[in-house]
Design a protein around this ligand. Structure first.
Ligand SMILES: C[S@@+](CC[C@H](N)C(=O)[O-])C[C@H]1O[C@@H](n2cnc3c(N)ncnc32)[C@H](O)[C@@H]1O
Length: 306
C-alpha cells in the first residue's frame, strides 16, 4: 500500500476505535433486502456483521470441529472472529494481521474477553505466516483476500498451514468484469480468481453462497443511517464522555479519509454533490455494483486436498 493511503487509513481507524471502543468486527454485514424501514437502518447496520459471521459458521459446519482444534485467522483485524471461535466453539486461535497498529488493539480485546491463553495475535503478512506446516484445522479469510494483490501466494501459504482435510472459510468480493484496484488498498480480482488460485494450491472449493443482495442491502442501510449524522454523533458522544481529544482526532481523521475517497470518486469521473458525504456515496456505489451484478460478494468453503 502506498504510505500516505495506509497512514491516512490507520489514522482514521485508530481515531474511530478511540471513540468507539466496542467496535470489533471489521467486515461488512448482511441485511434482509425485504426489510427496508428507515428507522430500522441503524439496528440492521449494527447487527449485520455478526449475521455474516454466523452465516459463515454455518457454511463451515464449525460445530463439527472438536474443541481444542486450531484455527488460523488471516487478516484478523481486531480479533472479533478469534474471540467468537474461542468462546463459542472452544477453538485455539492464531490471528495474523499485517497492520501493526491493529495488533495491540486486537490483543487488548482478547485479554478483555479473558481468552489470552486461547487466542494469539501475530504481527505478520498472511503470505508468510510465522506458523508451522499443517498446523491448522481451520483457516478464516474474512475480507482479507481483496486487500492482497497476489492471491496465488496467499492461497499457497494458506494451503501450507492447513492440515490435509482441513477447511478454509472465505468472505470476499470479486468483480464480474475485469479486476479493479482502488486507492492502492483494494485489489478486487476477476470472478473465480481466488478459486483458481486455491485449486492450484491444493484447496478445493466445496461450496459457495452468493450473498451480494444482502451485502448491498446492508450498504444501503449505511447510506440511510447517514454518514455525517453518525460521525457527528460519535464525536459528540466521545466529547460528552469527557474525551474531547479523541472526539477531535476522530473528526479530523474522518475528514482526511473522506478527502481521500472524494479524490478517488473524482478520478472515476464522479461529480461532488453539495453536502453529501463521499463515504456514503462510495457505499451506495458498491451497493449498486453488487445489485447490478458487476461484482459479487461470496462466502466460500474450501477443503485442503490430502
Ligand atoms: C476488512 S478487515 C477484516 C478484518 C477481520 N477479518 C474481521 O473480519 O473483522 C481486513 C484486515 O486484513 C488485514 N490485512 C490486509 N492485508 C493483509 C495481509 N497481507 N496479511 C495479513 N493481514 C492483512 C488488515 O490489516 C485488516 O485487519
Amino acid at each position: 500500500m502506498p504510505g500516505s493511503v495506509e497512514a491516512l487509513h490507520a489514522e482514521f481507524f485508530n481515531a474511530l476505535v478511540a471513540v468507539l471502543p466496542q467496535l470489533d468486527h471489521l467486515h461488512y454485514g448482511l441485511s434482509d433486502p425485504a426489510d427496508r424501514s428507515i428507522f430500522g437502518a441503524p439496528r440492521r447496520l449494527a447487527r449485520g456483521p455478526a449475521a455474516l459471521f454466523d452465516r459463515l459458521m454455518r457454511l463451515g459446519d464449525i460445530e463439527g470441529l472438536l474443541r481444542g482444534a486450531v484455527a488460523v485467522d488471516v487478516g484478523c483485524g481486531l480479533a472479533a472472529s478469534g474471540v467468537q471461535l474461542a468462546r463459542r466453539y472452544g477453538l485455539v486461535v492464531e490471528g495474523v494481521n499485517i497492520t501493526e497498529a491493529q495488533v495491540p488493539l486486537a490483543r487488548a480485546r482478547v485479554a478483555a474477553a479473558g481468552l489470552s491463553d486461547q487466542v494469539r495475535v501475530h504481527h505478520a503478512d498472511g503470505r508468510a505466516m510465522p506458523l508451522p506446516d499443517a498446523c491448522a484445522d481451520l483457516v478464516m479469510l474474512v475480507e482479507c483476500a481483496f486487500h492482497v494483490p497476489d492471491k496465488d501466494r496467499l492461497m499457497v501459504e494458506i494451503a501450507r498451514v492447513l492440515k490435509p482435510g482441513g477447511r478454509l472459510l472465505v468472505a470476499d468480493q470479486e468483480r464480474v468484469g475485469p479486476p479493479l484496484e482502488v486507492m492502492g488498498m483494494f485489489f478486487f480480482g476477476a470472478e473465480g480468481t481466488l478459486a483458481r488460485a486455491g485449486a492450484e494450491a491444493g484447496l478445493r472449493l466445496i461450496t459457495q453462497e452468493d450473498v451480494s443482495a444482502e451485502i448491498a442491502a446492508w450498504m444501503l442501510d449505511y447510506a440511510r443511517a447517514g454518514d455525517y449524522p453518525a460521525r457527528l454523533g460519535l464525536a459528540a458522544w466521545a466529547a460528552l464522555r469527557g474525551r474531547p481529544g479523541a472526539a477531535a482526532a476522530f473528526w479530523r481523521g474522518s475528514q482526511r479519509f473522506e478527502a481521500l475517497i472524494r479524490e478517488e470518486l473524482r478520478a472515476r469521473g464522479g461529480q461532488d454533490r453539495l453536502g453529501e458525504s463521499p463515504i456514503r456515496r462510495l457505499r451506495e456505489h458498491t451497493a449498486r455494483e453488487l445489485r447490478d451484478g458487476e461484482s459479487r460478494y461470496v462466502l466460500q468453503r474450501y477443503e485442503r486436498v490430502a
